[in-house]
Each structure stands twice: as structure tokens, then as C-alpha cells.
Write a protein that binds this ligand. Structure first.
Ligand SMILES: Cc1cc2nc3c(=O)[nH]c(=O)nc-3n(C[C@H](O)[C@H](O)[C@H](O)COP(=O)(O)OP(=O)(O)OC[C@H]3O[C@@H](n4cnc5c(N)ncnc54)[C@H](O)[C@@H]3O)c2cc1C
Length: 395
């Protein structure tokens, strides 16, 4: 059987290994000059390849039951055994799993070595332009200069997130051309552009804090960690974690706000009492001077913007409300929400309308939180689709 996989990223390479068998010819078509470009950038080059805490809410999708059914077939334990088998010794940082080498290049290297060992053909600089179903139920995959006949096709083209070469929405287009239902891609795990402050004045600050997302005034998600304040708004892991809800809500016309708390360990009254204590201790200090050592310098004008009474300062530090205007764009996003609707595929990720056509990875409508969940989804869905595509069955 000819199995053609479109896209040589995390999901495509995994699918190839699970589909590979002496009985089949497995070909991966990759538009870049090398496979796995995005994989190399993961975890700041260290590759956070999965997470031991499999909170179902870490996988965001309009079809949580269907996503869970895929993850159950190839859970974290399977992903870790798979990589251990390939030669990756893993390390655990509070449940976040990395290769012991701390190098994403090791993860890509072992996938490619195994692919070569199992005689998977990887054709690079091959941009797929379309897929066509033939009358006999087989497929033709068209590239810019060639066409590949296939008995099974697995689409693993990822998403347009990031500036990394090859990031594309092509898989969604292929699905739409065939009438397979999709949810439009939107940036997720991304910085947010805001209004409500002169952001130039705080650009460059990195500080511990909490961000709460409010949709039409109602708090919907809250995250803590290192906030990064930029010339256009807010960034950092906690902002990334809530960003997909913000961007989707903006698309639906909601009023979206981010409330920042720069002193999350204390209640407002406790903070006001602390300020009072500091003032009594150093009566010679101005309000600005009183805040030195408590907040980064660039945040002091923000703390004093509403007034100089201690309870007003405490409130300003505990709840800075910003209006979220838009995402910082696909090129600054790590992943996309949206993709091929999971209602359109079976539990083995085969298109319900088209036997022999599979989807895996980020091209599907599942986006994970930061922490290794996106790669876990790529490994799980790639393994499930690859295994199913390789099964010989009468169609
Ligand atoms: C900077 C950054 C850091 C990240 N860090 C992490 C992390 O630490 N942990 C984590 O879990 N997730 C992380 N992610 C997310 C993770 O990288 C992705 O979710 C994952 O790579 C998706 O795998 P995929 O195989 O579906 O898509 P990709 O890895 O994007 O692979 C898709 C491939 O398809 C190819 N392609 C696209 N269109 C065509 C076409 N028409 N013809 C031929 N080839 C095509 C592309 O060139 C690409 O190689 C990070 C993402 C970024 C951008």
C-alpha cells in the first residue's frame, strides 16, 4: 500500500513511524528543505515534549470527548515509552518532560534515524498543492512539480502559527476543498495587544504576577507566572495560557479585558497595611520612593496613576484593567486554535466522508496549553492516524 503523509513535522514523522511496515511504502512530503523545523524551536530549543499532569482542560477544542478518545489511545506513558525506545532519556521538571540532553535537535534526530531505519521516504522541498480522490477510491497528491498516487493520505500540515518557515494553513484548505468541516484558525498561545496605558513606559518589565481574563466583565480564566510587559501590551506564559480564550472571544464580538495583579500573594487590604507600615518606618519618603523595592521602577507611575492614598495605590497594584484589542498576530503565536472539526473524523482520525484520508496534529481543532500538551497531541494523533492508515482493510 502507498501511504502519503503531507507535512514532516512532529505529527507527520510520528505517523510515518507508526505506518511504516515492510508491506507499505510510506512517503512524507515536506515543503521545507528539512523536516521538523518547528520541532527544533520548541521549548526554546529544549523541547518540552509532554506533561505528566494530563488535565483534560489543557486540551482546548470544541469536541473535548473526541480529543480525549484520541489521547486515551496513545497517552503520555506511551509517548514516553516511544521516545525511550527511540533513545531519548527524559527529564522531569515539575511534570514538564524534556529530553535529558535539553535539545530539541535530539528529538528530531531520533525520529529521523528511526524513519530511515524503517525505510520511510522523506521528500523535502515538496509543497503539496492539492489532494484529489479518484473514482476507485484511491488518492492523488499534487505537488508543485509532481503527483503522488496514494491508497491512504495523512494530512499533518500543522497551522500558520509562528514565523517559522513552512507554517501554513494548507491542510485546512485541503479539507475545505473536499467539503470537510473546519473551524477557522486563530492565533493561540500568543501575546495580546491592549489599550488603557502608555505601554512604551513599561516595555521590557518582567515580573511575577497574575492575569485574569474578563469577557464582557465576567472573569473566565486566571493564570499566574512571569508577566512580560511590552510596548503594545502583555506577554509571557500566563498571558499565553489565557490568550486563546481572549482571541476567540474578540472574534465573537465580546468586550475583552485583562486584569493584572502585581502582588498576587496579598489581599488588597494587606498590601495597603504593608504600604502604611513602610510609610511609618520611613516618614521622609515620598509615595514614589515608598514603592521602590516593592515594584519594578517602571511600574511605579502605574501604581500612582489613580491617586496617592495608600488604599488607592494598593488597588492599582492589585487590579490594573486593560482592554484587549487583538492578538499580536499569527507570526507571534506558538499554536493556533481551530482546525479540522473533530466531528468530521472517526476515533482513528479518518475522515468520515472519505475513507483513506486522515488528519493529525495541529491541523485538527485541538490546541494545548503551554507545558508540552501541543506536542503530546501531535504524538498521540500521529500515532493513532499512522497505525490506522497502515491497517489493510477492504474499503
Ligand atoms: C516557538 C514555539 C515553541 C513551541 N514549544 C512547544 C513546546 O515546548 N511544547 C509543545 O508541546 N509544543 C510547543 N510548540 C507547539 C508545537 O511545536 C506544535 O504544536 C507542533 O509542532 C505541531 O506539530 P504538527 O506536526 O501538527 O505541525 P508542524 O510541526 O508545524 O509540522 C507541519 C509540517 O507540515 C509542513 N507543511 C505545511 N504545509 C505543507 C504543504 N502544503 N506541503 C508540504 N508540507 C507542508 C510544514 O513545513 C511543517 O514541517 C511550540 C511552537 C512554537 C512555534
Amino acid at each position: 500500500m502507498n501511504i502519503v503523509i503531507i507535512g514532516g513535522g512532529a505529527a507527520g514523522l510520528t505517523a510515518a513511524l507508526f505506518a511504516a511496515s515492510p508491506k507499505h511504502t510510506v512517503t512524507v512530503l515536506e515543503q521545507n528543505e528539512k523536516p521538523g523545523r518547528k520541532l527544533l524551536a520548541t521549548g526554546n530549543g529544549r523541547c518540552n515534549l509532554t506533561n505528566l499532569d494530563q488535565d483534560p482542560e489543557a486540551y482546548r477544542t470544541s469536541r473535548p470527548k473526541q480529543a480525549a478518545a484520541v489521547l486515551r489511545q496513545f497517552p503520555v506513558s506511551s509517548a514516553i515509552s516511544f521516545f525511550t525506545g527511540l533513545g531519548i532519556y527524559t527529564k522531569n521538571r515539575d511534570g514538564w518532560i524534556y529530553p535529558n540532553s535539553d535539545q530539541a535537535s535530539s528529538v528530531l534526530a531520533v525520529l529521523l534515524m528511526e524513519a530511515q531505519h524503517r525505510k520511510v521516504k522523506i521528500k523535502t522541498r515538496e509543497t503539496v498543492t492539492g489532494i484529489c480522490r479518484e473514482e476507485d477510491g484511491s488518492w492523488t497528491v499534487y505537488t508543485r512539480g509532481w503527483k503522488y498516487p496514494a491508497d491512504r493520505v495523512i494530512v499533518t500540515t500543522g497551522s500558520p502559527a509562528s514565523e517559522i518557515a513552512g507554517s501554513s494553513g494548507d491542510g485546512l484548505r485541503f479539507a475545505e476543498e473536499l467539503g470537510v468541516g473546519t473551524v477557522p484558525f486563530l492565533p493561540a498561545l500568543c501575546p495580546l495587544k491592549c489599550s488603557g496605558m502608555d505601554f512604551q513606559k513599561w516595555a521590557g518589565v518582567r515580573t511575577e504576577g497574575k492575569v485574569t481574563l474578563l469577557l464582557d466583565g465576567v472573569p473566565v480564566a486566571s493564570e499566574r507566572g512571569e508577566l512580560q510587559l511590552t510596548s503594545y501590551g502583555i506577554s509571557g506564559i500566563p498571558v499565553f495560557q489565557v490568550s486563546r480564550y481572549a482571541v476567540r472571544a474578540l472574534e465573537e464580538g465580546a468586550h475583552v479585558e485583562a486584569a493584572l495583579d502585581f502582588f498576587p500573594d496579598m489581599e488588597e487590604e494587606q498590601l495597603a497595611a504593608l504600604l502604611n507600615q513602610r510609610m511609618m518606618h520611613c516618614t521622609y519618603k515620598t509615595q514614589e520612593e515608598l514603592l521602590i523595592g516593592l515594584l519594578p521602577d517602571k511600574l511605579i507611575p502605574m501604581a500612582l496613576r489613580e491617586g496617592r492614598e495608600l488604599d488607592v495605590i494598593a488597588r492599582a497594584v492589585k487590579e490594573l484593567r486593560l482592554t484587549v484589542r487583538e492578538s499580536a498576530g499569527f507570526e507571534r503565536a506558538q499554536v493556533c486554535s481551530g482546525g479540522v472539526d473533530l466531528a468530521e473524523v472517526t476515533e482513528t482520525l479518518e475522515a468520515k466522508k472519505y475513507p483513506g484520508l486522515y488528519f493529525a496534529g495541529e491541523v485538527l481543532d485541538v490546541d494545548g496549553a503551554c507545558g508540552g500538551y501541543n506536542l503530546q497531541w501531535a504524538w498521540s494523533s500521529g500515532a493513532v492516524a499512522g497505525t490506522a492508515a497502515a491497517k489493510e482493510e477492504d474499503r
